[in-house]
Design a protein around this ligand. Structure first.
Ligand code: HEC
Ligand code: HEC
Ligand code: HEC
Ligand code: HEC
Ligand code: HEC
Length: 437
């Protein structure tokens, strides 16, 4: 049975083929979805000066061999329509085709590969798929239910995962969020199943269209915060920054313990990836820099040990610090030397916090926390301050893009350093105790 809404019924004029591609044409009726999406990294994906700079440098260094490799995920509709071969002419491509657009996600008909955007769009450009099984009829477009677009169905993770897993042209599996999810307790099916959308598209009750009389549904947030934020003037930038902080604040749990050890003192830091349905950090983990900053003081308040302390403009990876606990992927070339750019990598090594693989506390696999012990020789700690910090991208990578003339220097100062709220910890107990005792 179809309901007909006042002012939003089948008499609505049908959107033209061009309008169907334009997120702004959706805003008339799906205002909230549009607002949330417009501040997301999906909207920013091809606008991001770092993306533009890296693609430019990649095309130059590979003599154009990269082709559509990068832009196929960062502006998939522009590639679908054959308007770009390399992403270098985005100035000539209409703005409405930049980024991962409404029409792209909502026209996906089939997932053909679990990496490198193995997604096929339907030829019917006016048939938009979503998770609503009984959509109200509208003249604007046809609607259809699809399990690929229903976060309650495991297949919806295949849709996201196809772009969130990247195998480079050299065959290196550089972004593995989807693979990590399939191997986690959340991706194994059954009662513990949580799809990408379950965690990343918060549900709330409200109308899916801003028309009077629209039915109340479970609607899904499209802001999809992760760790990246816009570094140029961009809609919803402040709101997105807050969402990223909020989501990072609930991701890890941890503790700090201090124990005597043969006349010296051991500070033991434990971190557990409690919230993410994949490793942490994940995805572009070769670009991310997450690390533990530790400061220990004696009873007189004198600093007796530090690790991971850097200034706001100092790259963490260049810190000379034998104790540094840095969570990241490291890409290397055939000589085993570290490289910063996707296309140069022939191998990649990973040091991340793994996700849960079981909720059975009696299983040996239950333990997925990671511990590091720091030995203090300069005195007895009376107070230890620890925090986990994250930069969406290593400053040395950004500097390298500035040095090659691909990125404007002014962007460097726009990169945030996040502190994760739940693992900003202070220990000041008796020796042998832990912050979570
Ligand atoms: C004239 C108003 C109007 C415009 C413009 C419009 N839609 Fe819709 N759309 C609707 C209505 C009405 C529904 C049904 C809502 C409901 O049942 O709660 C809907 C439903 C949807 C659904 C859910 C389908 C399902 O079955 O789950 C998607 C996805 C969607 N629209 C995407 C878009 C996109 C993308 C655009 C822009 C290209 C767009 N809409 C433009 C009115 C509109
Ligand atoms: C159990 C909840 C959960 C599930 C399931 C989940 N995620 Fe996440 N995801 C998180 C949390 C928590 C974070 C870390 C907080 C943040 O980055 O804002 C995160 C971070 C991310 C990031 C940023 C990663 C980074 O470090 O750069 C991406 C991208 C992402 N998720 C995509 C996905 C995709 C795609 C799927 C499905 C294949 C998925 N997530 C499944 C909770 C989840
Ligand atoms: C990255 C892919 C993606 C993009 C981009 C995207 N959507 Fe969605 N959208 C989804 C998924 C997945 C769902 C279904 C969630 C569910 O039902 O579990 C959804 C649901 C919807 C719905 C149904 C109501 C709801 O909240 O479930 C509407 C309407 C909608 N989207 C409109 C839009 C509009 C308008 C845009 C662009 C401004 C857009 N979407 C961009 C993936 C996307
Ligand atoms: C067409 C490919 C594509 C699809 C499909 C897709 N994404 Fe993305 N997603 C991207 C790209 C590209 C970015 C990164 C944009 C940037 O940071 O410049 C991104 C960014 C994100 C981020 C923010 C990451 C960060 O570090 O800030 C999250 C979270 C995310 N996607 C979740 C999802 C979820 C959930 C789905 C499925 C509903 C999905 N994506 C579907 C391509 C895609
Ligand atoms: C398979 C789809 C896919 C391809 C191909 C792809 N990307 Fe991305 N890209 C993503 C996704 C998804 C994210 C978000 C990952 C995350 O948040 O961890 C992203 C994030 C980024 C970011 C911002 C996040 C960061 O800090 O790294 C840049 C810059 C970027 N990609 C550049 C490139 C370049 C340059 C290429 C080509 C060499 C490329 N991408 C190819 C999907 C893709």
């Amino acid at each position: 049975m179809l309901l007909v809404l006042v002012g939003c019924g089948p008499k609505e004029p049908a959107l033209t083929s061009e309008e169907l591609l334009d997120p702004e044409a959706c805003a008339d009726c799906h205002q909230e979805h549009y607002r949330q999406w417009s501040g997301s990294m999906h909207a920013y994906a091809a606008e991001d000066p770092v993306f533009v700079a890296m693609n430019e440098r990649g095309q130059e260094e590979t003599d154009g061999d990269l082709g559509t490799f990068c832009i196929q995920c960062h502006a998939p509709m522009a590639v679908e329509l054959g308007l770009t071969d390399d992403g270098l002419n985005m100035d000539e491509v209409p703005d409405m085709l930049e980024g991962v657009t409404c029409a792209f996600c909502h026209r996906v008909e089939e997932v053909t590969a679990d990496h490198n955007k193995g997604l096929t769009l339907s030829d019917e450009d006016d048939l938009l798929r979503g998770g609503i099984a009984d959509p109200v009829e509208t003249g604007a477009h046809r609607s259809a239910y699809s399990p690929l677009h229903d976060r309650g169905d495991a297949q919806s993770s295949d849709l996201c995962g196809s772009c969130h897993d990247l195998v480079s042209p050299n065959g290196v599996h550089l972004e593995r969020t989807y693979l990590e999810w399939t191997e986690s307790v959340f991706g194994m099916g059954g009662v513990s199943q949580l799809t990408c959308g379950n965690c990343h598209m918060r549900g709330s009750d409200g109308p899916a269209v801003n028309t009077e009389g629209a039915p109340i549904r479970r609607v899904h947030d499209h802001s999809m915060p992760g760790v990246d934020i816009a570094i140029t003037d961009w809609p919803e930038r402040e709101a997105q920054l807050e969402l990223v902080q909020e989501s990072l604040d609930g991701t890890l749990i941890g503790s700090v313990c201090v124990n005597p050890n043969a006349g010296l003192f051991d500070i033991q830091v434990t971190l557990e990836n409690a919230g993410a349905g994949h490793a942490w950090p994940s995805g572009a983990a070769a670009d991310r820099r997450a690390w533990v900053e530790l400061k220990a003081y004696d009873a007189a308040g004198t600093e007796i040990f530090t690790s991971g302390v850097v200034g706001d403009t100092e790259p963490i990876a260049e810190l000379v610090d034998p104790w540094l606990w840095l969570l990241r992927d490291t890409m290397t070339d055939a000589n085993g030397d570290e490289v910063h750019m996707f296309w140069e990598a022939t191998d990649s090594e990973s040091d991340l916090l793994p996700p849960s693989v079981t909720f059975d506390a009696t299983s040996p696999d239950f333990i997925h926390w990671v511990q590091r012990t720091y030995t203090v020789v300069a005195g007895q700690p009376a107070r230890v301050e620890a925090r986990v910090r994250l930069r969406p991208m290593g400053l040395e990578i950004l500097q390298s893009l500035v040095d090659s003339g691909d990125l404007a220097e002014e962007h460097l100062s726009e990169f945030p350093t996040f502190d994760l709220g739940s693992v900003t910890m202070v220990w000041d107990g008796p020796l042998g105790s832990c912050t979570d005792d």
